[in-house]
Design a protein around this ligand. Structure first.
Ligand code: SF4
Ligand code: SF4
Length: 76
């Protein structure tokens, strides 16, 4: 139910001309790597200190947030 509401909100937002939304990974990342294979856009890579999202490619699917054990993947 939450996912459905979130999806509908996103469609309305984009329809009204809002900016593209994306996820990012914050400093809480523990480099477990769980998010990388779950990203359908292959836009998560290991950085020097934490994993990084290429926000230009991110499709805002939320998979990374669902698998992250420390809630380090967040939506902008
Ligand atoms: S929200 Fe989806 S597309 Fe964006 S980084 Fe996370 S898994 Fe990849
Ligand atoms: S799942 Fe979370 S903690 Fe693990 S690499 Fe991705 S962002 Fe970092």
């Amino acid at each position: 139910m939450f996912i459905a509401i979130r999806h509908i909100s996103k469609v309305f937002y984009l329809t009204l001309g809002g900016a593209k939304m994306a996820y990012y990974i914050n400093e809480e990342c523990i480099n477990c790597g769980a998010c990388e294979p779950e990203c359908p856009a292959s836009c998560i890579t290991a950085g020097d200190d934490i994993y990084i999202v290429d926000e230009e490619i991110c499709t805002d699917c939320g998979n990374c947030a669902e698998v992250c054990p420390v809630d380090a993947a967040l939506e902008r």
